[in-house]
Design a protein around this ligand. Structure first.
Ligand SMILES: NC(=O)c1ccc[n+]([C@@H]2O[C@H](COP(=O)([O-])OP(=O)(O)OC[C@H]3O[C@@H](n4cnc5c(N)ncnc54)[C@H](OP(=O)(O)O)[C@@H]3O)[C@@H](O)[C@H]2O)c1
Length: 251
């Protein structure tokens, strides 16, 4: 299957880089010069949305919500027999179907797609099992894939795509801590990267409580740090950040 990605911005480019390893991909944006670099990874780039759609079986949409309905109106006559996959946060399938007559999938992912480490959640009622199989194969280029059985869950999952920025912020704080403790920036960065990778592998195998217990000896160094984290209410802060992010979709 060939893919068109309409909206070669932050997310569209991340998706394009992942898919181009296995699929024929054409990416569009109006200011096409800004995505010339995608030609180096094997994508075709252009500013002609209709030409891109005509040469594709699956059409991914990754424009901002404010641009979505203009794009859908432009494409509506050229989408027959195609599958439209919208990554646009907060816009419901029924609203998209108010404009286009093709099969529609709503999906959410994050920019780790670029390195094949995202998780893509999708919802649809339109695809045959064979089409779902083909779509999942395609989305797997970007990382894990999960089908959800309620479209509303995609709004909550959107907070996890924002959370890449939260993780970057936390990463940055670990690097600052290293600088404060007298480490070089390079070493602090290396330690932080290993910490994130190692902790996520461990947490894939064990519950957080088990990992915490293994590191925390009585009257030791870890409990000192953990108490400081609690004092700063970092757990509530993270829950609050995620909930605020998801709530924003409603406005
Ligand atoms: N960024 C993320 O991490 C992320 C994660 C999950 C979901 N999303 C969703 O993905 C969508 C895009 O987000 P983003 O951060 O990638 O935004 P972005 O960087 O602004 O990308 C959107 C792109 O759409 C292009 N565009 C606008 N109108 C167009 C048109 N008529 N035809 C073709 N291209 C057009 C814009 O380029 P030109 O102005 O040059 O046309 C722009 O590069 C949003 O709906 C967002 O909710 C983003």
């Amino acid at each position: 299957m060939d893919v068109a990605i309409i909206g070669g911005g932050n997310l569209g480019c991340a998706i394009a880089k992942a898919l181009a390893k296995r699929y024929k991909v054409v990416v569009t944006r109006r200011n096409v010069e800004k995505i010339r670099f995608l030609e180096d990874v094997g994508c075709e780039v252009c500013s002609d949305n209709l030409r891109a759609v005509d040469s594709s079986d699956v059409v991914f949409i990754a424009v901002k919500p404010r641009d979505l309905f203009n794009v859908l109106s432009e494409l509506r006559g050229n989408l027959n027999g195609k599958i439209l996959v919208s990554f646009v946060a907060g816009v419901k399938i029924d609203d998209i179907k108010g404009v286009v007559g093709c099969k529609v999938v709503r999906a959410m992912t994050n920019i780790s797609a670029e390195v094949g480490r995202s998780i893509t959640a999708y919802y649809t009622e339109d695809l045959t099992p064979e089409e779902e199989f083909e779509l999942e194969l395609m989305l797997e280029c970007m990382g894990d894939v999960v089908k959800v059985d309620d479209e509303k869950l995609l709004d909550a999952i959107t907070a996890y795509s924002s959370a890449v920025a939260f993780m970057a912020k936390i990463f940055q704080s670990f690097v600052y801590a290293g600088l404060k403790l007298g480490l070089s920036k390079d070493l602090a960065r290396k330690l932080t990267t290993a910490l994130f990778k190692g902790a996520s592998e461990l947490l894939n195998l064990e519950e957080p409580e088990v990992v915490i217990e293994k590191v925390t000896t009585p009257a030791g160094t870890t409990i000192e740090g953990l108490c400081k984290l609690m004092e700063h209410r970092i757990d509530f802060g993270i829950v609050d950040a995620m909930v605020s992010s998801a709530e924003k979709l409603k406005h």
